[in-house]
Design a protein around this ligand. Sequence first.
Ligand code: IVH
Length: 775
Amino acid sequence: MTTAQTRILELRQELDEHNYRYYVLDEPSIPDAEYDRLFRELKALEADNPQLVTPDSPTQRVGGAALSAFATVRHEIPMLSLGNAFEEQDLLDFDRRVCDGLETQAVEYSCEPKLDGLAVSLLYQDGQLVRGATRGDGTTGEDISVNVRTIRNVPLRLKGSGWPTTLEVRGEVYMSKAGFERLNAAQAEAGGKTFANPRNAAAGSLRQLDSRITASRPLEFCCYGIGQVSHDIADTHIGNLKQLQQWGLPISRELKLANSVEQCLEYYRDIGARRQALAYEIDGVVFKVNSIGAQRELGFRSREPRWALAHKFPASEEMTELLDVEFQVGRTGAVTPVARLKPVKVAGVTVANATLHNMDEVARLGLMIGDTVIIRRAGDVIPQVMQVVTDRRPADARPVPVPTACPVCGSEVERTQLIKRSKGKQTVIEGVVYRCVGRLACAAQLKQAIIHFVSRRAMDVDGLGDKIVEQLVDTGLVRSPADLYTLTQEQVLALEGFAEVSSRNLVNAIAASRTPALARFIFALGIPEVGEETAKVLARSLGTLQRIMAAKPLVLTYLPDIGNEVAYEIGHFFEEEHNRTVIAQLLERGIELQGEGELHAEFAAATSFEGLVAKLDIPYVGPGAAQKLAQKFGALDTLAQADWLDLRQVVAERTAKAVREYFDDPQRRAEALAVEAQLRDFGMHWASVKKVVEGLPLAGQTWVLTGTLESMSRDEAKDKLEALGAKVAGSVSAKTHTVVAGPGAGSKLAKAQQLGVAVMDEAQFAAMLAEPSGL
Ligand code: IVH
């Protein structure tokens, strides 16, 4: 033997042993990196000595050239199916039949999980894997030898010794839950097909004509029995499996012996309780008479053994019919499709409705009314439609209608539009949501708007629960949140379930909510995309309801954490006539907003002319060009009128051209000037901005950030410094006031030290932010 040959054999043996420990015993013996190193060494040696490559080498799991079809395999011993038990009684009846058949009182059973994958036969000749086949119809299956060879825990060669010359092993090929999630995520990422469940994913992966695809899929094998054997192995089923495990085949860790049918039931309940926590999906457990002699005595009935039974769990996936698709209306008017199903029991619970999310999901599923669908209920989540069984589509199936009118109020339904802005261009793309335009005229939206309006974190009206809101809306007493403030005690008393005291309490509670802080009131309005935090930002920065209502989207984007989309929603909300009416009524009916005040310095500090120029989204105008343009022209009207030559003095030719084109468009020009005018209205003309900034603690200072900060991002740190009036620069010079240096700071820190510029670490910086005037 050459040295290469010796080393190759050594490496294969070592790798096989590690594989066995890892996959079969579940006790990894070396780190992955070490395994990879051995594997690479073997691969390199085999590449140099191709004549030494054998089919059982661990390197031969990569798949090969694609086949045009699978060959047919005949199963010498048919691959049978199992009888099913759904109720405890079915199991007790089975045990009775077994005991009667064997003329005994109690029988030993093996207990195993029923894996949800697909049955496979593996044929070993003289310890070498020579063939893998699917079950097919039980008599003939398909030859998937190349594919099974790619499954990591299928031994290509048996371990140890004493195996029958011919040994056919049977078991399940499946995919773990984690493997399935990973595969689907990768498929979705690559724009490929995703699988409905691990079982489909395992089947789709194993039956690939291109075995390299199979090799890339996280398939696993678990052995649960034997077929053809040239000599008997053990005299019990469990004995057989334990021996197979010694030879390197993976068997279930959950394999147990039960001494009676009662213990079988215990096993069923125990695994049932742990089912969600198992790494793979199972659809029940399998009980088998443990003694091989007894199995032979009992024999078969048609295509099922009399000695084995599958005790199924209540299914969490079921098939049923889609009777109709109805639409529900949410608080913001979103109209969502809901599947009305022919009621079916799923995992013990009757299901008649399932969520369809949105119309894109309906399209993705290819759903038609009348279809047979697969629905799934996982844990406590709302049942979902997983898949359409297209084979069963009836001739009179009809498409799911696109909603055109609101099911509650009859108003028009619009498809939402998403506006994407980039470099001066505005593109409108269709959103997935359809929205009822009825707003508060729509009872569904009105009810939910009021429920939100009075909720604890909004106007905080004590004791005004959902049921009362329903009544107030249904009786027509309340047609907008403003109507709450004209309710009289007599009106409330007339409602169901109210008496003297309770009606007085409710009216008093409503009256007590008349003085909300501005931020609460903004939140209570239920503006799409505006949660509590955004409401606080609006209130704090702009100070008054009037300014918030008037603010143009572009002005709003100056505020912390408000992007284009949210700014658009806010602007749109206050533009709508009926929203303005409701707000006006609320104020007329005695709402007094608390804490209204001045425009916040933080906002003033962030509104620089240079910032506005950058925000206009003029092609080629990034922060650098914006700064130069701002410095040269000082105000927007000057910039808008600037001629080409003036522009060319500060920016490149194509940028100058883009600026001219932008302001030559009358609409854009007007919009931009309106933004500037609004800022001026708010008291923020560029000169006065300067004045406000001058009053801030860090006015006139230039700061530099370098290294990483742990408690905040660089952007946050920059925002905070700017809010205090500082300029934040990218490089250090003698003019730099302070450098904030986090871990990993390099050349900027060195330069600061060289120039004698002050340096702060993160802790000092945080302390400064907490008390900036202490500087
Ligand atoms: S024994 C004659 N044991 O269930 C006995 N089957 O409905 C044949 N299965 O086609 C099968 N886990 O795909 C057996 N521990 C297990 C099993 C199991 C899953 C599948 C197998 C078979 C089907 C029978």
